[in-house]
Design a protein around this ligand. Structure first.
Ligand code: PLP
Length: 453
């Protein structure tokens, strides 16, 4: 049974509460109702075609409706859809864990969950309990976490606790555990701190001050390696991540790298940490892990962390955490196939190549006076919109300049999303060179249209 657009629109507005959405405004607009996908395109129920310029929220790798991923999923569903990892194992979760560990030098164990936020919760609890398991007296005070200004690690209460985004997180303040904030190198808005190198040096110095003074109270530092996604695609200059790693080691603080957004080829390497040769103690994976097919996340850790959880039953060193769908077979089988296809199709090298071409094309946007800054790492792009290039003042929130711009882009066949004053372009990783060019042309026309209005 297929339904008409008007019927679906009415039921959507009547029954569905959308995430991160002011529903009062939502119901005044014409919702985009997706029906199907094909490669880098999404199609709505009225048959309109759009380039998927947000990779269906940063997850899609090979494109929609990929025959080989479909086949992997079909095969699995005809075998078994789900059994539990609590007290038993299953085939796809074993094979995927082996594959993930092979991909991550230094990592030894995989703990599954089903959303990025859960992977972060697990990392935080694991880091805290690690110290308690080693020596509950000596490390009794290690209860705090350090994270960057404007950090984003998901929306559950623990993940929000280590978050630093005013807009999303302020209201929940009374519910949160203690976090220590350190500055991040947001180069575009830190002119007064000098050059890129000086900004990085300043940020690392601030971190060192915190660690030197409070390391006895700090269990771990959590960071989005290379790019702070939700903060507005804040790309970190080279050396910042390595500097963090060095300081965490120096002061005996665990390093958690949240690769939920940047992992699986997004920044031009399989994982972002590779680019600075950083070996975290704990890694969070999600988003692209299944190629955008199924919900799945994973927290990886080292042999050393894992061993601290081993002991006799009565020692209470067990990690008491687990979700009902942990290690789900459908998710794990399609994730395994996703990684195999990335290798077979040499996708990561292709992302790197396309990113270089895209960087040139993106420069054309600087012809538009409201384009203040273009930031890019691999196929992760943020275009910061300003009212005045000199003062870097942004448009007032009520003007909804960025929201109206993405609606213009939608009319022209491209789906993207804004994050505050930043237009984000996070395409399907397999998007072709021509499609990437078209997307930037649409971006250009949409922003230009907003200016002449
Ligand atoms: C999206 C994201 C998360 C949260 O993942 P969900 O699957 O939405 O829970 C965590 N960390 C980072 C860096 C993210 O981009």
């Amino acid at each position: 049974m297929t339904y008409r657009y008007e019927q679906l629109e009415q039921w959507d507005k009547q029954y569905v509460w959308h995430p991160f959405t002011q529903m009062k405004t939502y119901v005044e607009e014409k919702p985009l109702i997706i029906e199907r996908g094909e490669g880098s395109y999404l199609f709505d129920v009225e048959g309109n075609r759009y380039l998927d310029g947000y990779a269906s929220l940063w997850v899609n790798v090979h494109g929609h409706n990929d025959p080989e991923l479909n086949e992997a999923l079909h095969k699995q569903v005809e075998t078994i859809a789900h059994s539990t990892l609590l007290g038993s194992a299953n085939v796809p979760s074993i094979l995927l864990a082996k594959k993930l560990v092979e991909l991550w030098p230094g990592m030894a164990k995989v703990f599954y969950s089903d959303t990025g936020a859960a992977a972060v919760e697990i990392a935080l609890k694991m880091a805290y309990q690690y110290w308690q398991n080693i020596d509950p007296v000596r490390y009794a005070k290690k209860t705090k976490f350090v994270s960057l200004k404007e950090a984003y690690h998901g929306d559950t209460v623990g993940a929000v606790s280590v978050g630093g985004m005013e807009l999303f997180h302020r209201i929940f303040q009374p519910l949160l555990f203690e976090r220590i904030e350190v500055p991040a190198p947001y180069v575009y808005r830190m002119d007064e701190y000098g050059s890129e190198e000086e900004i990085v040096r300043y940020c690392l110095q601030q971190l060192e001050n915190v660690l030197a003074e409070q390391h006895e109270y700090i269990a771990a530092m959590i960071v989005e390696p290379l790019v702070q996604g939700a903060a507005g695609i804040i790309t970190h200059p080279a050396g910042f991540l390595k500097g963090i790693e060095t300081l965490c080691r120096k002061y005996g603080v665990l390093l958690i790298c949240d690769e939920v957004a940047v992992g699986f080829g997004r920044t031009g390497t399989m994982f972002a940490c590779e680019q600075e040769n950083v070996l975290p103690d704990i890694v969070c994976l999600g988003k692209g892990i299944t190629g955008g097919y199924m919900p799945l996340a994973a927290t990886l850790t080292t042999e050393a962390i894992y061993e601290a959880f081993l002991g006799d039953i009565t020692e209470n060193k067990t990690f008491y955490h687990g979700h009902t769908y942990t290690g789900n077979q459908l998710s794990c089988s399609v994730a395994l196939k996703n990684i195999e296809l990335m290798e077979k199709r040499k996708l990561v090298a292709d992302v790197e190549r396309k990113a270089k071409k895209l960087a040139k094309k993106l420069q054309t946007l600087y012809e538009l006076p409201v384009v203040g800054d273009i930031r890019q790492k691999g196929l992760m792009v943020g275009i910061e919109i300003v009212k005045d290039r000199r003062t870097k003042e942004t448009f007032a929130r009520v003007e909804q300049f960025e929201h109206r711009t993405i609606l213009e882009a939608r009319k022209r066949g491209l789906i993207i999303r804004p994050l505050g004053p930043v237009l984000t372009f996070i395409p399907v990783l397999a998007m072709t060179d021509e499609q990437l060019e078209t997307a930037v042309d649409i971006l250009f026309d949409s922003i230009a249209h907003m200016i002449v209005q």
